[in-house]
Write a protein that binds this ligand. Structure first.
Ligand code: GLC
Length: 820
């Protein structure tokens, strides 16, 4: 595979000084060369040999045992098991031990495993293990793996090396040279992952630029696409490791510890792989509707007067906003679950006033609990024995914001319950959502916990190095279950900086401490798409950049593009200039007002995307290759994306860019702004003045929209607009009360629109399911092509004015219109 120049990171050193914060030098080639050194350092960090303690190849298959769900293979060095989890998911475990240890995973759900028929045949060259959808060869004489999908196409033609090193395992698996790789969680790279080494670990880089690695989130999941056929690889281990995507297509995997675990997911459609990944690692739940609105944050709005002023400005300037975030300075000396009574003398009163004005309050909580026996959380934690300990039994402590801190052991169910208890105070104070930060876990000085820090790990016991990447995930698990205890009838919302595979079950996320640079903006859609391809789709970036200060142009470009990101929040670091939408002059303020307004107008469609994600694992932001995974252009493109089934977004992401090229996939597209019709597959150009994000709607779409609202609950009786873009296709509209849990028992309304357009006759069939009744709002049907002056709804003629029809009754099933 050759990635077109436009989608490659520069191989030149990128050296930037951003507000004197730090210098960053990136040279990709050097990174690959440096990798062995880094791994050696990593091993050192984890205290030398921690793995099998041998240096050997896994060797030959010595004996084979049939198990109810697969095979157990005794190897010369170690043992392996092959399990059919479903016909489309195979699990391979290779362990440097004599017997197979019990399976434990934070990433995968036990209920994902279904009784799956499989067969196996012993042959001279190996054992063929088959389900109805997958074929896996266990090769001889040296044990290795090769697999093909149901079409018989080889996805991996074999193992080049499978070996144990004293510190861990190494599996070098061959893949075709022209395979394209995606996913791997949070990577500051282009969408199509470059051939290089990626570190598997959660780390706090304290600010990063394109090309820096690793970052806060470690999701060891790769989505491969080869000749249009997609497959997934989940390397489910929480210890540190590395994946090298080789020039020849091969993948070299190295991991600390004595187990290599690989779940192979078969497609062949990318969407099918993601659906299977969601079934395997868990689906995200529907978030409360307000989290889809605009959020405003900074580190920090430091006192009550500032928060009130920010809220007032939004309402006075008529810039929609749903949430104001309270970063760490609201706390009393950075003590979690407290607040500063001088700066916030009446925090509950302040939050109640925010609520009355239509805002929600989001509060930060970090894992570090200040070592201070006069602080109730610390004293109680010591008494209840919830903090992580070192092997000698002493409490581990390390410096973070409040100074020396203890850290709860979130791998213990008892500790998670204890942690959840403290949220009662925050919920009682009125906080609506929570922001869990610093949970890589981070210790100041670029550090994390010492490798031998003890964890309970659900009663099994483990050292920190064995569970490192899942610490943040277990923290948000604890947070969410606490909130569910205190607010059992509500959707609770948490977002996290660190995550591991499966974290979408508990939290959403964001890409954290980026910089106010054009390079950072350019890389953002790729980062968000790769997170979505790793199961964690409800993400966004700090709009305008965290470190540094954006120019008005950069802020406007970032915010207008982020309308089409799942999480939509401005945030900035301490010491930077104000970063609210009105700080950049009248022109930018007006642009921000209009585009935040557009986000609110699109909410019915966007909420429907979240429903799709929750039910099928389909990310809201989708790469163009979902349209055609055989075309190299679509496989590489990452400065445009699909926002759901029907919208294509192509923002200007470069300084001074006033015109850009746009690739439209096959089919009919409508320019959102002009209704011009364009036939894909085509490369077109559009002007991109500062107030224009090129946006296209697929022919055949019914795009549900609403009015501009100042916050999601504002004006519930305003008309629902159904925008009709003639063509052939299926559209959905998902609605419910936006906050409760009744939707799980049928308390929703799902509308399906099936449109056909045969020459001039347009026909839409509408079907409804679910028990929920929306408020009695009028409905406006808006046609984006000229139609005859009557439309028929269930054979009753309705008068058309300006291509619009107003109806009050929401009962129609068949719409017929004639295009003129
Ligand atoms: C971390 C977070 C950032 C936050 C800061 C202070 O750097 O990533 O978003 O503002 O800590 O809490």
């Amino acid at each position: 595979m050759r990635i077109p120049e436009r989608f490659r990171l520069s191989s030149e050193p990128v050296t930037k000084a951003v507000r004197g914060l730090r210098l960053v030098g990136v040279r990709n080639a050097a990174r690959t060369v440096l990798y062995p050194l880094r791994l050696a350092r990593m091993n050192q960090r984890f205290g030398g040999p921690q793995g099998p303690g041998i240096r050997a190849s896994a060797g030959e298959i010595v004996a084979v045992e049939a198990m109810p769900d697969g095979l157990l293979l005794h190897l010369e060095h170690g043992i392996a098991s092959i399990q059919a989890i479903t016909p489309h998911i195979l699990r391979v475990r290779i362990v440097a031990a004599e017997s197979m240890p019990p399976y434990f995973s934070y990433a995968t759900l036990p209920e994902a495993a279904q009784p799956t028929p499989f067969s196996w045949t012993e042959k001279e060259e190996g054992i063929l293990f088959e389900t109805t959808a997958a074929r896996l060869w266990l090769t001889r004489p040296r044990f290795g793996l090769a697999w093909a999908d149901e079409s018989g196409q080889w996805l991996s033609p074999g193992t080049a090396e499978l070996a144990w090193e004293p510190s861990g395992g190494r599996l070098h698996q061959r893949f075709p040279e022209d395979v394209w790789w995606y996913g791997l969680g949070e990577r500051a790279y282009h969408l199509a992952l470059e051939r290089r080494t990626y570190t598997l670990s959660t780390r706090d880089p304290e600010g990063y630029h394109p090309g820096d690695d690793p970052l806060y989130i470690n999701i060891p999941f790769l989505l491969g696409v080869h000749q249009g056929r997609a497959f997934g690889l989940l390397w489910d281990r929480m210890s540190d490791g590395a994946i090298t995507l080789r020039e020849d297509g091969g993948v070299e995997y190295r991991i600390l510890g004595d187990e290599i675990r690989l779940d192979i997911l078969f497609g062949p459609e990318p969407a099918q792989v993601l659906a299977r990944y969601a079934d395997l690692t868990g689906h995200a739940s529907l978030p409360p509707l307000w989290t889809l609105g605009y959020h405003q944050s900074r580190w920090s709005y430091e006192d009550e007067a500032t928060v009130r002023e920010i809220a007032r400005e939004f309402r006075e300037r008529r810039i929609p906003c749903d949430a104001i975030h309270f970063d760490i300075d609201y706390m009393d000396g950075f003590r979690c679950f407290t607040w500063d009574r001088k700066a916030f003398p009446d925090l509950p009163g302040l939050i109640a006033d925010l609520h009355a004005a239509g805002f929600k309050a989001v509060g930060m909580i970090d894992p570090g609990i200040k070592v201070d026996m006069d602080y109730d959380v610390c004293a109680d934690g010591v008494k209840e024995d919830v903090f992580c300990k070192l092997p000698d039994g002493s409490l581990f402590h390390g410096p973070v914001w409040p100074g020396e801190c203890y850290f709860p052991d979130f791998t213990s169910p008892r500790v998670r319950t204890w942690w959840g208890t403290w949220y009662k105070r925050m919920v009682d104070a009125g906080f609506d959502g929570f922001w869990n930060d610093m949970n890589e876990p981070t210790i100041f000085g670029g550090k994390t916990f010492p490798p031998r820090t003890q964890h309970e790990l659900e009663g099994q016991g483990a050292a920190h190095w064995q569970v490192h990447s899942a610490y943040g995930m277990q923290m948000v698990r604890a947070t969410l279950s606490g909130l569910n205890r205190w607010r059992p009838h509500q959707r609770n919302w948490v977002f996290t900086r660190s995550a591991y595979a499966g974290t979408q079950r508990y939290a959403s996320s964001w890409t954290a401490d980026n910089f106010s640079t054009w390079e950072d903006l350019r890389i953002t859609p790729a980062m968000l798409m790769n997170l979505g391809l790793s199961g964690l789709a409800f993400t966004g970036s700090d709009i305008g950049g965290f470190h540094g200060a954006p120019t008005p142009e950069l802020y406007a470009r970032w915010l207008t593009a982020a309308v089409f990101h799942p999480f939509f929040r401005t945030h900035t670091a301490k010491g930077t200039p104000w970063q609210e939408p009105w700080r950049y002059g009248d022109e930018v303020e007006a642009i921000c007002r209009d585009y935040i307004g557009l986000r609110y107008r699109l909410l019915p469609a966007i909420y429907t995307l979240f429903w799709q994600y929750a039910t099928s694992g389909m990310p809201m932001m989708r790469p163009l290759f979902f349209e055609d995974p055989t075309d190299d252009v679509f496989l590489a493109i990452d400065d445009q994306w699909l926002f759901g089934d029907h919208l294509l977004v192509a923002p200007a992401l470069e300084e001074g860019m006033r015109r850009r090229e746009i690739v439209l996939p096959a089919g009919t597209w409508y320019d959102f702004w002009t209704d011009a019709r364009i036939e894909g597959k085509a490369v077109i150009e559009r002007e991109t003045p500062l107030d224009r994000v090129p946006l296209f709607v697929r022919g055949g779409a019914v795009l549900p929209m609403g009015p501009v609202r100042q916050f999601v609950e504002d004006n519930p009786l305003a008309p629902l607009e159904l925008h009709i873009y003639p063509g052939t296709g299926v559209s959905w509209l998902y609605e419910d009360d936006g906050e409760g849990l009744d939707y799980r028992d049928g308390g929703y309304r799902l509308t399906r629109f099936e449109m056909t357009c045969d020459g001039s006759e347009l026909h839409i069939r509408r079907t409804i399911s679910g028990d929920w009744h929306p408020p009695e709002r009028p409905i406006t049907i808006i046609f984006h092509r000229d139609i005859a002056e009557h439309v028929f709804l269930d054979d009753i003629p309705h008068f058309v004015l300006n291509n619009q029809v107003q109806i009050n009754e929401d009962t129609w099933q068949i719409l017929k219109a004639t295009i003129v």
